[in-house]
Design a protein around this ligand. Structure first.
Ligand SMILES: [Zn+2]
Length: 319
């Protein structure tokens, strides 16, 4: 069997599969999910993961051959150490892969959720390419780069942090310390924030968006902005178009450096499908002629919510 773990800011997900079955199908036989136990420190989460693993594997006689682990935030994939997982307390320099390997008696590997989403999309998305850049656009923006069929990690596993490309000089401050990062302009959270700011600046506009949000700006989400744009709200349409524009600026920078065969957009915001892909493609065409856009596909992810978990299982297979 192989075991996959995905540690998120709010939930834990584990999956198992027979090694040969997974290598053929990319499907996990069983998946379990539960909320992160409070207070979310390694001292409570790791024992809980071990208990969940043992339950999922089902007692004696099961041979566990490998473990793959997904977590967000800076890590060292070579040593299997979580450097800093900012969404939960106390996750600083945790040798997570080594700990899991010792407790469960099988080799363990660790990588970040966006890299593993990229790995899963590359291996199981049916794209048949060697070079892919994957962006996951949800509350934040992450990315993974596949070159020649392999994940590109760079020094300190820091490659592919596409959410921190600068797309707006002097823009809002990002937790990373920079200003105007792609994540601060085009994530779901940032799209909602830009919509709130626009409503505040133009009290006479955005009537449909205001109504959809029940006159509570705190209820605005990127999905609501898109819906209001569909219903003819001009302010919401401009905000959504801005999201596409910032993503196009980020993707354009990526294409100028890597010229991958495909850029795959995943995550909650990308579930808008063509409503996001079309304006991103259109704006990319406006941005320059050095990009061989006729030969670079911009597509939506084919794997759903469990892509990081499937990527973790793919990592356990040995890539
Ligand atoms: Zn940043």
């Amino acid at each position: 069997m192989i075991l996959a773990m995905d540690i998120g800011g709010t939930k834990l997900a584990l999956g198992v599969a027979g090694r040969d079955d997974f290598a053929k199908t990319g499907r996990l036989a069983r998946i379990i999910k539960e909320p992160v136990p409070p207070p979310g420190t390694p001292e409570v989460v790791i024992p809980r993961l071990l208990t969940m693993s043992r339950e999922l594997l089902g007692g004696d006689g099961v041979r566990l051959s490998a473990i793959g682990i997904s977590i967000g935030g800076p890590l060292d994939h070579v040593s299997g150490t979580v450097v800093n997982f900012p969404h939960l307390p106390g996750w600083i320099n945790v040798p997570l892969a080594g700990r899991m390997a010792a407790e469960l008696g099988a080799p363990a590997a660790l990588d970040n959720d966006a890299n593993l989403g990229a790995l899963a999309e590359h291996r199981w998305g049916g794209w048949e390419v060697h070079d892919m850049v994957y962006l996951t656009i949800s509350t934040g923006i992450g990315g993974g780069i596949i070159v020649g069929g392999k994940l590109l990690h760079g020094i300190g596993s820091a490659a592919g942090e596409v959410g921190h490309i600068t797309v707006q000089t002097g823009g809002p401050r990002c937790p990373c310390g920079n200003r105007g990062c792609l994540e601060m302009m085009a994530s779901g959270t940032s799209t909602a924030r830009r919509a709130r700011e626009a409503l505040e600046a133009s009290p006479g506009d955005g009537a449909i968006l205001r109504r959809l949000a029940g006159d509570d700006p705190g209820m605005i989400t990127s999905a609501l902005v898109l819906r209001a744009a569909h219903e003819g709200d001009r302010l919401a349409a401009e905000i959504w178009e801005g999201t596409a524009e910032y993503i196009a600026i980020g993707v354009g920078s990526i294409i100028h450096i890597l010229a991958p065969q495909i850029v795959v957009l995943g995550g909650g915001v990308a579930q808008a499908g063509e409503y996001l892909l079309e304006p991103v493609r259109r704006r990319l065409r406006d941005h320059g002629t050095y990009m061989p856009l006729g030969r670079i596909r911009i597509e939506g992810a084919r794997l759903g919510h469990d892509s990081a978990l499937i990527g973790a299982a793919t990592l356990a297979l040995g890539n």
